[in-house]
Design a protein around this ligand. Structure first.
Ligand code: SF4
Length: 210
């Protein structure tokens, strides 16, 4: 088996990458460093779920350093309107720390669970991983785990894992809430249309995160 450091954002997103990488002959050690997750209670909850699962599954877990101030100073100012730039900086901050740990612990290979979800920016994430890994003398293992996202959802539900409904930062919490409100409104509008009615009842469609 070949040792590989797998940066992980949460337990549900780690399920399929670990299984698939093991099938390829890798032996993943999970690395946690996610100072993007807010609020702190949410951060703790996601970490504890990962800790619980890795312990039960016999997967080594490294809790790396998390620079909250640096996230606020370098990622947060990019703000809500430039999501691609913001997420690129956020991926870089976390993967840089994972690369640092990989070098310290004498790994050759590094991968991440960050782009498991189809809601993530796959190309940007892997571009960041590739550049940082090579700059640290590591080999990036880039795989498209997105086709297994439904299976990860199914397995994590079956295992009773905690499943968050936003990426991590306060911007993503607001973006996800708006998306849910938009989908709810679209479903209602479709229902009204199917019944031959017009308009949306007063009060519906209001922003839930004003
Ligand atoms: S949406 Fe996710 S990846 Fe992007 S900045 Fe927020 S926490 Fe980071």
């Amino acid at each position: 088996m070949t040792r590989l450091l797998l940066h992980a954002c949460c337990a549900p997103c780690s399920l399929e990458p670990v299984r698939l990488l093991e099938q390829e002959g890798f032996e993943p050690t999970i690395c946690w460093t996610n100072p993007n997750i807010q609020p702190r209670d949410e951060h703790r909850r996601r970490f504890e779920e990962l800790e619980c699962w890795t312990e039960a599954a016999g997967i080594p877990l490294i809790e790396a350093e998390e620079d909250w101030d640096r996230w606020e100073a370098t990622v947060a100012p990019i703000g809500a309107l430039r999501r691609e730039n913001r997420c690129r900086a956020c991926y870089a901050l976390r993967l840089e720390e994972a690369c640092r740990v990989a070098v310290r612990e004498e790994f050759t290979y590094i991968a991440t669970t960050l782009a498991v979800s189809p809601y993530q920016l796959f190309d940007i994430c892997n571009d960041v991983l590739g550049k940082l890994a090579r700059a640290h003398g590591l080999t990036p293992v880039v795989r498209d785990f997105r086709p297994w996202y439904p299976e990860a959802t199914r397995r994590s539900r079956e295992l009773g894992m905690y499943r968050q409904n936003y990426c991590g930062c306060r911007f993503s919490a607001a973006e996800a809430a708006l998306d849910r409100a938009r989908l709810r409104d679209e479903r209602k509008a479709a229902k009204f249309a199917a019944r031959g009615e017009q308009g949306v009842p007063a009060g519906d469609g209001a922003c839930p995160v004003a």
